[in-house]
Design a protein around this ligand. Structure first.
Ligand SMILES: Nc1ncnc2c1ncn2[C@@H]1O[C@H](COP(=O)(O)OP(=O)(O)OP(=O)(O)O)[C@@H](O)[C@H]1O
Length: 297
């Protein structure tokens, strides 16, 4: 029978204790396996503006969106958050068929806007985009006057027959975008001569001018300074009375400030959707917690 040298046994024990004391959690939160189509929290709404079921998006053979089902409520502000490349913009662009312009992109599943499948409806894409406006990351005014930027949509959609009607749409849209006082004396000046923050509010006015039902915002403040960001955030709160708003943001603080619900995406999955306060104070999914506490991102 062999017996262990007591001093070696003591050393081993001490080593084990040391390892336990200094144990680091080597598990990588990103290795967590997410089951396809299993979103935790509250992804559904009673009277949804959008009812999205089993949505998948492919770029060639790569599946960028993996079996996502979600409702977007009427007049709610919902934020999409998650690490870079998780599919937030891809999913957002499905909501007004912006992905149509990407040849290799295919969208599967059911995407209902007020009960009508936007990918199968007889209405054309121009009509859809009038109902579902979009504001992009970088302000992108047309190289035209402030007035003509806002009047552009109403003109092409035939929303105003008389000059006085068009003037009224331009003024009310600029007012709703919080830009009237800054713009009223330079309506016929070039939009590109405005500051970045003003240009972004002009793009919001342009989106509002055709009376959309939904406004999609893809990181609308990422090119803006904190003051301009605060103005756009105030605007989002005001606009939510009239529109349904979906916003992609890299800023968790922004999501917390502006949205009713927050949806957390990871690697093409929709991991969790919940009331925003719940997502940031008591997330249900371990991955959401890891993300909002900065363990990855
Ligand atoms: N036009 C495209 N062609 C091919 N693959 C694309 C295209 N656009 C996005 N992808 C891929 O789809 C996946 C999701 O990208 P997407 O831009 O939607 O993510 P994201 O969460 O919005 O990222 P970010 O926060 O960096 O903007 C990524 O793997 C990306 O490389």
């Amino acid at each position: 029978m062999t017996t262990m040298n007591p001093s070696i046994a003591a050393d081993e024990l001490a080593l084990q204790e040391h390892e336990q004391e200094h144990a680091v959690d080597k598990s990588n939160p990103q290795d967590t396996i997410i089951e396809d189509g299993k979103t935790v929290g509250a992804p559904f709404a009673d009277d949804p503006k959008y009812k999205l079921r089993n949505v998948e998006v492919f770029y060639d053979d790569a599946r960028a969106i993996k079996n996502i089902s979600l409702d977007i409520g009427r007049n709610e502000v919902i934020s999409f958050i998650g690490p870079s490349g998780c599919g937030k913009s891809t999913f957002l662009r499905c909501l007004n068929r912006m992905n149509d312009s990407i040849d290799i992109c295919r969208v599967k599943g059911e995407l209902l806007l007020d009960g009508e499948d936007i990918y199968r409806s007889k209405n054309d894409v121009v009509e859809l985009r009038a109902r579902v406006g979009m504001v992009f990351q970088k302000p992108n005014p047309f190289p035209k006057s402030i007035y003509d930027n806002v009047a552009y949509g109403p003109r092409i959609h035939g929303l105003a027959n008389r000059k006085a009607d068009l003037d009224e749409i331009v003024e009310s849209s600029l007012r709703k975008a919080g830009l009237w006082n800054e713009a009223k004396d330079r309506l016929h000046g070039m939009a590109t001569g405005m500051s970045g923050g003003q240009q972004q509010r002009l793009c919001i006015a342009r989106a509002i001018a055709v009376s959309p039902e939904v406004i999609l915002m893809d990181e609308p403040c990422s090119a803006l300074d904190p003051i301009a960001t605060a103005k756009v955030e105030e605007l989002i709160a005001e606009m939510s009375e009239s529109f349904t708003i979906v916003i992609v943001t890299h800023s968790m603080q922004q999501a917390a400030r502006v949205s009713n619900r927050t949806a957390f995406f990871h690697l093409g999955h929709l991991v969790e959707v919940n009331e925003t306060t719940k997502v940031f104070t008591a997330p249900e999914h371990q991955l959401t917690e890891s993300y909002i506490t900065g363990r990855f991102g």
